[in-house]
Ligand binder design. Structure first.
Ligand SMILES: *[C@@H]1O[C@H](CO)[C@@H](O)[C@H](O)[C@H]1NC(C)=O
Ligand SMILES: *[C@@H]1O[C@H](CO)[C@@H](O)[C@H](O)[C@H]1NC(C)=O
Ligand SMILES: *[C@@H]1O[C@H](CO)[C@@H](O)[C@H](O)[C@H]1NC(C)=O
Ligand SMILES: *[C@@H]1O[C@H](CO)[C@@H](O)[C@H](O)[C@H]1NC(C)=O
Ligand SMILES: *[C@@H]1O[C@H](CO)[C@@H](O)[C@H](O)[C@H]1NC(C)=O
Ligand SMILES: *[C@@H]1O[C@H](CO)[C@@H](O)[C@H](O)[C@H]1NC(C)=O
Length: 450
């Protein structure tokens, strides 16, 4: 009776919603996928996310030979139930928070149960189901056109293969692999990465080691939130991250990892890296010249570490954005920045403990447009601290200890468009001194104590 009802409903929706070539069945309370299902040789996109699917009969997708996008996220079925024909043209498969382990799958099907009872029972089981499991790829996962595979938000501990050696034999065109928010203890695929892979997301897992001999064509790698305290030497194995032959890498994200030790050769192969995020770690210094290997870097984040000085940055003449907020930097001298930082446009030094800035400290930063010095311990700045002819436009000086406007020494900020000065200790508002600023500049007084 229930099946009949659901089937009739489906027929109705199918007729209603097959407008183009896509079908949105998300959030419709579907519990099982079995034939009769949709049969449509033109359907390309199918969204079945946010249902209660716990039992998938693998033949249901056979009558959808043109299916390119399949979203099964937010369901609850055993990984092994999914099987595909090797003629599938699927390009995107979304399985975020969709699958559970196999052996421990104990949901039974009660013919007499009402739908509501079934959902409640499944929801309870799902809530309890937070232990780790492994997934195994077999020949049934031969997806010759698959490019994007999403498997985020499970408790997957290991990825295994049975009857087939490597991922690229199953998915020769895979370009994006999303494995974030799992419990991966090892990622054995790093030794046999498919040549087609461009983006690899392994953030927020339980990895303690990532040793890639060859990242092949991977351009984006995210390892944030795994626990690895060492960025290792390419010649001396150690526990942590080792990146060899990573010439294609353009974006590397290694924040929130507890990183402390960066060895001198750590970045030797990152010559084409454009963006590096080292935020929220425990780095207190870099070996001299380590950062100099990052010859192409444009964006560098080292926020929320324990640096006591601006790291030595030579050769990085493409660097445009440098963020060093939330460190323990206490002073800036004329030697703090290298003359190679000619392209640097944006510098963030907020939330440090800077008490003193020498005249000339920023003189080498000829392209500087945006400077954040908020939340430091500054009470005065030298008259010539802003270099002549610099195109400084956005300046944050809020939440320091300035007592009067003259100690901000803004006289040379000819191109200023915005300055924040709130949260200081101004004893009097001598607005006359601010009249030197360009007429169009916005002065943000928020939280200025009188
Ligand atoms: C489900 O996917 C389709 C594409 O097939 C998309 O148009 C739709 O917005 C998605 N539904 C939701 C709720 O995001
Ligand atoms: C899958 O569908 C859900 C909701 O229907 C949507 O929010 C999500 O963005 C989709 N995922 C992808 C990767 O397309
Ligand atoms: C697809 O599977 C069939 C058997 O189901 C097999 O005969 C055929 O060789 C396979 N094709 C490819 C390209 O793997
Ligand atoms: C899943 O559905 C099929 C029928 O499509 C049924 O034979 C099978 O027993 C169901 N699985 C479970 C665990 O109930
Ligand atoms: C500087 O970094 C802090 C985070 O630590 C952020 O809140 C702030 O917006 C950044 N400043 C600029 C100008 O981007
Ligand atoms: C402004 O403040 C600085 C530092 O607190 C102090 O040395 C200076 O005398 C003050 N100038 C005026 C005009 O009050």
């Amino acid at each position: 009776m229930r099946s009949l009802l659901i089937f009739s409903l489906w027929c109705l929706f199918v007729q209603d919603s097959i407008g183009g070539d896509s079908l949105d069945f998300s959030g419709m309370g579907i519990a099982t996928l079995r034939k009769p299902f949709i049969s449509d040789e033109h359907l390309t996109d199918l969204n079945l996310s946010h249902n209660h699917i716990w039992n998938v009969s693998s033949d249901v997708f056979e009558d959808l030979p043109s299916l390119v996008y399949l979203n099964l996220s937010h369901n609850f079925f055993p990984f092994s139930q999914l099987k595909f024909k090797n003629t599938s043209v699927l390009e995107t498969l979304v399985l975020d928070e969709a699958v559970v382990g196999d052996l421990d799958f104990d949901v039974t099907y009660f013919e007499e149960e009402t739908l509501e009872d079934e959902y409640n029972r499944l929801r309870e089981t799902k809530a309890k189901h937070n232990y780790g499991f492994d997934i195994t790829f077999t020949q049934d996962w031969t997806l010759p056109k698959l490019k994007h595979l999403y498997l985020r938000g499970h408790n997957i501990e290991h990825i295994k293969f049975a009857g087939v050696d490597a991922l690229d034999l199953l998915m020769p065109e895979i370009s994006h692999l999303y494995l974030s928010n799992n419990k991966l203890i090892t990622f054995d695929l790093e030794k046999t990465l498919p040549m087609s892979l461009q983006e690899l997301y392994l953030d927020d897992n339980k990895l303690t080691n990532f040793d890639a001999d060859n990242l092949n064509n991977v351009a984006v790698l995210a390892l944030d939130g795994n626990k690895m305290s060492n960025f290792c030497d390419i010649n001396e194995p150690c526990k942590g991250i080792t990146l060899k032959h990573s010439y294609s890498l353009e974006v590397l994200s290694v924040s929130r990892m507890g990183l402390e030790n960066i060895v001198p050769d750590a970045f030797k192969f990152l010559v084409n890296l454009i963006k590096l995020d080292l935020s929220d770690n425990g780095i207190n210094s870099f070996p001299s010249n380590a950062l100099s290997d990052l010859l192409s870097i444009k964006i560098l984040f080292i926020d929320n570490n324990v640096l006591e000085a601006v790291p030595e940055i030579k050769n990085l003449n493409h660097l445009e954005k440098l963020s060093l907020s939330k460190n323990l930097i206490s002073e800036l001298t004329e030697n703090s920045f290298s003359g190679d930082l000619k392209q640097l446009k944006s510098l963030n030094l907020s939330s440090n403990i800077i008490t003193s800035i020498s005249s000339g400290a920023f003189d080498k930063l000829g392209s500087l447009e945006e400077l954040d010095l908020s939340k430091n311990l500054l009470y005065t700045l030298p008259n010539d601290w802003i270099p002549d002819n610099v195109n400084l436009q956005y300046l944050q000086l809020k939440e320091n200890f300035f007592q009067n406007f003259s100690s901000l020494a803004l006289g040379r900020a000819k191109n200023l468009k915005y300055v924040s000065i709130g949260g200081n200790r101004f004893s009097a508002m001598d607005v006359g001194l601010l009249a030197e600023l360009p007429k169009t500049a916005i002065i943000d007084f928020e939280n200025t104590l009188p």
